[in-house]
Design a protein around this ligand. Structure first.
Ligand code: SF4
Length: 441
């Protein structure tokens, strides 16, 4: 188990958050690519939501055609570099690699992918041309993976595209919400600038679409609108003490960490509430920020956590301790948080039941709530005509068309929260649906 000191400089921060998938050298890429069996009907391809032709790009790397490999990757997934770094490859392509059946380490597909695309980014290799002008305009709300993927496809088809982003940086959770040991801000931004320059869409930063006037403006000026809204703030737990100082939402806290690095103060004792991948990220990051004790508290058993097993193992390696079958009843403190009152739980007929008399208090200085995010319901109400599922996700058809004819949507706002690669795949499919719709106008 690693022990991390409180980082007090950028170099110490970088040391604590050293990449778990570092870039391969030329030699590493050559020898790793040589291990691939170039399978027919390769299961790694089937497991990739963007269906990248993995054996082809690995073969290209092995024949020293790195730029050709990058083109193969980008043809399927414009977030090729980022996905190589942040995808849960252990349960996607690498998890499906045939080598797993022989107890041999699977091919490091993610690292090979980032290796090849990095070559294209640093040499500013231009693969795509903008299509013949269609004289129709699309507004994209949100510069996250779904929005940018959709923008690239629409530009290839010749549509004018403007992207409206409420924050000051592109790529959504890739830059704001992913653990820094997976990908750095610089790496994300390099790929985003590479795409923007190549495809020629315009991003308007610090430009939220959040009023009826904004909506009317884009509806009047654009032929179609794509909503890549992502999810909203961390949901409330509905227990006393949530408004105390040092009780924070996981996505908001991770965003602060990504933007402020070692300057974000993390106290000694941290409790993270939740059992999903965001909880694992927040817990592992707290430990890497030098917290002396990080407890991950989840209301069900370890086996029932929504997080991938490797994410929990990563958090444990950083020093996080799991506490299972416990439910927070109250967050304690006068002004600042001083602890969490829990009760032990039992599962009876599939339902969580509190164990009477089992209450206990766990002291802490920071509570990070990783218990889900709200949906962007207010904006949808303002737009009108967009129906949602009972859980608040936007209803779309197979072309990602919403129930309001002018609007398409994809990404977390329709899925409820998936991986970056799923949002990229869905944004691309939505662009196909939009080109058909725009052609019919
Ligand atoms: Fe190569 Fe593994 Fe994919 Fe086969 S399954 S093509 S060995 S990466």
């Amino acid at each position: 188990m690693a022990e991390y000191k409180l980082p007090i400089s950028e170099s110490q921060f970088s040391e604590n958050f050293s990449p778990i998938k570092p870039l391969m050298s030329v030699n590493e890429a050559f020898y790793e690519s040589a291990r691939c069996l170039f399978c027919y009907d390769a299961p790694c391809v089937t497991a990739c939501p963007t269906a990248i032709d993995i054996p082809l790009f690995i073969r290209q790397i092995n024949s020293k055609n790195d730029i050709g490999a990058a083109k193969t990757i980008y043809d399927f997934n414009v977030f090729g570099y980022a996905c190589g770094k942040v995808c849960p490859t252990e349960v996607l392509c690498e998890g499906a690699c045939v080598y797993n059946h022989s107890d041999v380490k699977p091919i490091e597909i993610g690292r090979l992918q980032s290796y090849a695309t990095h070559k294209a980014i640093i040499s500013n290799k231009q693969f795509y041309q903008q299509g013949d002008p269609q004289h129709k305009k699309v507004a994209i709300v949100g510069a996250g993976p779904a929005g940018i993927s959709c923008a690239c496809e629409l530009r290839k088809a010749g549509y004018e595209v403007d992207v409206f982003e409420e924050r000051s940086l592109p790529s959504g959770l890739t830059v704001h919400g992913v653990a820094p040991y997976k990908i750095t801000n610089e790496e994300v931004i390099d790929e985003m600038l590479y795409l923007e320059k190549q495809f020629g869409y315009t991003i308007f930063y610090n430009t939220p679409i959040n009023s009826r006037d904004d909506i009317e403006r884009i509806e009047n000026n654009y032929n179609a609108v794509f909503l890549g809204l992502g999810l909203g703030e961390t949901s409330s737990l509905g227990i006393p003490g949530e408004d105390l100082v040092n009780v924070v939402g996981a996505v908001e806290w991770i965003e602060q960490l990504r933007l402020n690095h070692y300057r974000l103060f993390v106290p000694n004792k941290v409790i993270v509430l939740g059992g999903g991948n965001t909880a694992m990220d927040a817990a592992g990051e707290s430990a890497r920020m030098g917290a002396q004790s990080v407890i991950l508290a989840y209301r069900r058993s370890k086996e029932k956590m929504g997080a991938y097993r490797f994410e929990y193992d990563l958090a444990k390696e950083a020093g996080v301790k799991g506490m299972f079958d416990v439910l927070p009843l109250e967050i304690l403190g006068d002004d600042k948080v001083t602890g969490v009152k829990f009760i032990r739980t039992l599962i009876v007929d599939g339902q969580i039941k509190n164990l009477p008399g089992s209450e206990f208090t766990e002291p802490c200085d920071l509570v990070i709530k990783a218990t889900g995010q709200s949906k962007q319901v207010e904006l949808l109400k303002m737009i009108g005509g967009i129906q949602t599922h009972p859980n608040g996700t936007i209803i779309v058809n197979q072309s990602f068309h919403t129930t309001n004819p002018k609007y398409f949507a994809a990404g977390d706002a329709t899925s409820g929260g998936q991986e970056v690669v799923n949002a990229v795949a869905d944004g691309k499919k939505a662009a196909k649906g939009m080109t058909e719709y725009l052609a019919s106008l």
